[in-house]
Each structure stands twice: as C-alpha cells, then as structure tokens.
Write a protein that binds this ligand. Structure first.
Ligand SMILES: C[S@@+](CC[C@H](N)C(=O)[O-])C[C@H]1O[C@@H](n2cnc3c(N)ncnc32)[C@H](O)[C@@H]1O
Length: 388
C-alpha cells in the first residue's frame, strides 16, 4: 500500500509540482474572482499531456487546471458572482498536441483552446487570447522539459502582463548538468556576467546562484514586487530536481502560494520516505516495524538542512537591509519581499526574527489590538542600533 497517489509512482517530483498547482489555482481564482477580475485565464505554455496514466488526465496540469477552475467557478457562481473562466493550452510536439486537442474538444463548460507549436513563437497570439475580455486575470504556467523556452527575452511580454501572475518550472538538475557544457547559450538564460560568476561555484552554491539569478530576472522584467521559489527534491537522491518560481504583484498571492508550498513539502516528505522504505524492504526482505503508512514520515533530513540554509540566508539579508537603512523607515512589505524569495521560509519566521531583534527594531504603525506586523497596514520597521 502507498499513501502516494499511484498515478505518480516513479515520478513523485511531478506529484509535488501538481500539489502546488492544485492547491494554488482554486485559491487564486477565488481571490481575484471575489475582488476585481471578471474573467480568469489559465495559460499552460507547455501543456503536455506528459507521462500521464489516467484517462481523464487528472495527473496532468491540463486535467488539474480544468478540475480546479471548475471548483472555483462553482463557488463563485454560488456566491452570485459572474466570472468567466478560460484556458489556453500550448503544446509543440504534434503527437502530444493531438492528444491535447482531443481532451480540449471534450470540455464544454469552460472555454478552452489548444495552441499548436512552440509557445515562445506565439506570444502575440497568447496576448490576444488574454485580451479578448475585459477585467481579465491571466495566470501563466511555464513548465518546459528543458531550459531553452525559459530564455528571458522572449518571455518578457508575458511577464509584463499586469494584472497577471506566473509560475515557472526552473529545471535545476538539467541546468546543473549543462551549465559547464560548451556551446550552450546559458547567457540567454542567466546573463553573461552572472553566468561567469555562477560557473566558478559548485554544488548547492551553484544551484542557488543559478536559481536566484534567474528569479531576479523574472522579478526585474515583470516588475514583480514578490517572487517566491520552491524546491522540489529528486525523489530518491538528496539533491534538488527542479525549483518552481512564482511571481506576483500582491502579498495575498504569496500567502496562498506559501500555503501550497507547505502542502507540497508534506507530500514530498511522505513520497521520499515511502521510496526509502520500499528500497529497504527490497534489500532486507523484511517488513518495517514502523511503516510510513501507519506512523507517518519522519522529518526529511535533506529538507530540514535546506530549510536551515534558506532561513539563515533570508534572515541575514533582511537584517542587512534594515541595518543598511538604520534610522530610516522600512516598510514591512519590503522585508517580506526579501524573505519570501527563499524556499521553506514562512511569514511566521520573519515575524519571529523581528521579535528576536526587539531591542534593535521598532515597529511603527501597529493598531492597538494588532499583535504582529502585516502587509497593507502601513507597518514600518526602524533599526535603531547605531553601533552596528
Ligand atoms: C514537462 S512536460 C509538461 C507537463 C505538464 N505541464 C504537466 O505538469 O502535466 C513539458 C511539455 O511541454 C512541451 N514543450 C516543451 N517546450 C515547449 C515549447 N517551447 N512550447 C510548447 N510546448 C513545449 C513538451 O513537448 C512536453 O509535452
């Protein structure tokens, strides 16, 4: 028996990615549908279906998008809100596109279009699709098999779409493998100067530098105040398989994305523990005394180590920023924008650090009954200590 959805056995990394997408999509649609959007558009730039084993494609981003958007639509309809939902699914491989088209043709209750070809060659068509209705909110999901479609210049018009959000699969393991290879145009992904610096690094330092450099380009090109990254580990090895990069213009987006990341972390811990257990049983031919299914998974050491690493880096950067601006008013939003970039860093961590710096930091603008600083409340931090 397994707690992991059997459709994902052998590709548990996809389960983690789909957990983020599943959790996030409905929450996003509800937030924007309850506020300003009258039309919600999901654009899957690299749709597949890819390695699916289900007839209804419920183990693909395409199937998940339809399911989750239906949920949101029904809830919004139930509240008397009239919001339309549309999807654009792009796929470049002809045989896969044929499968995709068949799926799209069978969807009658949501406006769905399939777009054949390399999506980076169809950016104006994607923009026209989004602009067909007023008060639209597009969510772009960019999940290629390699790194070439992530070159920042062709993507820039999509990143600039405002309002709009983006979720990108940054294929860390793939990029790691080819980073030092001759003839690969990684400068188009990372920029020539950062690339020279990144190539001097190794291991986790190199992975992180490539990821955060690219996330910085996404932030800058799309003018996104908030960019978050999530680590998806190789199911069997203690290394990152890929990272998801999420960019939004609103702190509420970060809140729900971080909730999705928490859920994904649980799923990843469970899936990796089950694989380990299966391997042990295969080796020893003995059933475990305490199975993951019965007793839950122990904390995943690799994830715990990464959590310590990223929390340490985020805390350092926030403190550096406050100290550099000592005696000046730093909006709370600014420090959350610094910290939320890192995987496995939650807003409760940021608030804990601020409490730890109590002697040095004054919080201005809190309401009398407000217990913790928050975004959109005019809260400001001031680092007072002049000795540092
Ligand atoms: C990793 S799979 C996608 C998986 C799917 N998003 C999911 O989560 O179920 C990548 C798919 O994108 C397609 N693809 C890769 N590069 C593309 C591009 N530039 N434009 C359109 N499709 C692309 C591949 O043929 C493949 O089917």
């Amino acid at each position: 028996m397994t707690l992991v959805n059997p459709a994902y056995l052998g590709r548990e990394q996809t389960l983690v990615k789909h957990t983020v997408l599943r959790q996030y999509l409905t929450a996003l649609a509800l937030i924007v549908g309850r506020t300003f959007a009258r039309d919600i558009v999901f654009v899957d730039c690299c749709s597949g279906p890819w390695e699916t084993v289900t007839d209804d494609l419920s183990d693909s981003s395409v199937g998940i998008a339809i399911q989750q958007l239906r949920l949101a639509r029904d809830m919004l309809n139930g509240e008397g809100r009239s919001v339309t939902f549309r999807c654009l699914f792009a796929e470049e491989k002809p045989s896969t596109f044929a499968q995709l088209k068949k799926f799209c043709d069978a969807v009658t209750d949501i406006e769905v279009e399939a777009l054949p070809g390399d999506f980076t060659q169809h950016i104006p068509a994607i923009q026209r699709f989004v602009a067909r209705r007023n008060k639209s909110f597009p969510f772009f999901f960019i999940d290629p098999t390699g790194w070439t479609p992530l070159q920042i210049n062709p993507l820039t018009p999509l990143l600039r779409t405002d309002p709009g959000e983006v979720l990108i699969n940054f294929m860390t393991s793939h990029i790691r493998r080819f980073l030092s290879a001759e003839g690969k145009d990684f400068d188009a992904l990372l920029g020539q100067q950062p690339l020279d610096e990144i190539q001097k690094l190794s291991g986790q330092e190199r992975d992180d530098a490539a990821l955060f450099t690219y996330a910085g380009h996404v932030r800058q090109r799309g003018n996104f105040p908030y960019v978050c990254t999530t680590v998806v580990l190789n199911p069997e090895r203690n290394e990152s398989h890929f990272h998801l990069i999420y960019a939004t213009r609103h702190h509420k987006g970060v809140e729900v994305f971080k909730q999705a990341e928490r859920k994904a972390r649980e799923v990843m811990t469970m899936a990796r523990a089950e694989i380990k257990e299966r391997k042990r049983i295969d080796c020893t031919q003995q059933r475990e005394l305490f199975t993951v299914e019965e007793h839950g998974a122990a904390p995943d050491r690799q994830l715990v180590a990464l959590c310590d690493r990223y929390q340490g880096r985020a805390k350092e950067l926030v403190q550096e920023h406050l100290v550099r601006n000592r005696l000046r008013r730093v909006p709370y939003e600014t420090v959350w924008q610094i910290a939320c970039l890192f995987p496995l860093v939650w807003e409760t961590d940021l608030r804990r650090w601020i409490r730890e710096w109590k002697g040095n930091v004054t919080i201005v603008g809190m309401e009398p009954k407000q217990r913790v600083p928050k975004c959109d409340a005019g809260n400001v931090l001031i680092w007072n200590d002049q000795s540092q």
